[in-house]
Design a binder for this molecule. Sequence first.
Ligand SMILES: [Zn+2]
Ligand SMILES: [Zn+2]
Length: 115
Amino acid sequence: MTPRQKKKEKLRAKAILCKGCGIGFAPKDKRQKFHNADCRKAYYGVHYFYRVVVEKRCLNCGTVFSTSMPKKQDYCVSDCREVARKKRTDDKHVTVSSLEEENARLREENANLKK
Ligand SMILES: [Zn+2]
Ligand SMILES: [Zn+2]
């Protein structure tokens, strides 16, 4: 085998399929996924919106939803976010009022003890 053939063999061994059009090619670089820049641009032009979409589970109702802003979106629809926000405020309210009740009860107990 000539060195030239060897080189060809090596390239063939490393050949991958282009992520865009599916053509077989030998990447010049490990990170190369497309056979050329135009192919990459065409692919991301079409897939840009799908590329960033991930599935998340709604923190309020548990529904799995797709979002392109996983870091910002925690709820399936805006209603769920509203509901969750209200719930949180209510929880706080309940906690505060139950604390007040508890304090009032303790004050009463103390007053009774002093009698
Ligand atoms: Zn391609
Ligand atoms: Zn939801």
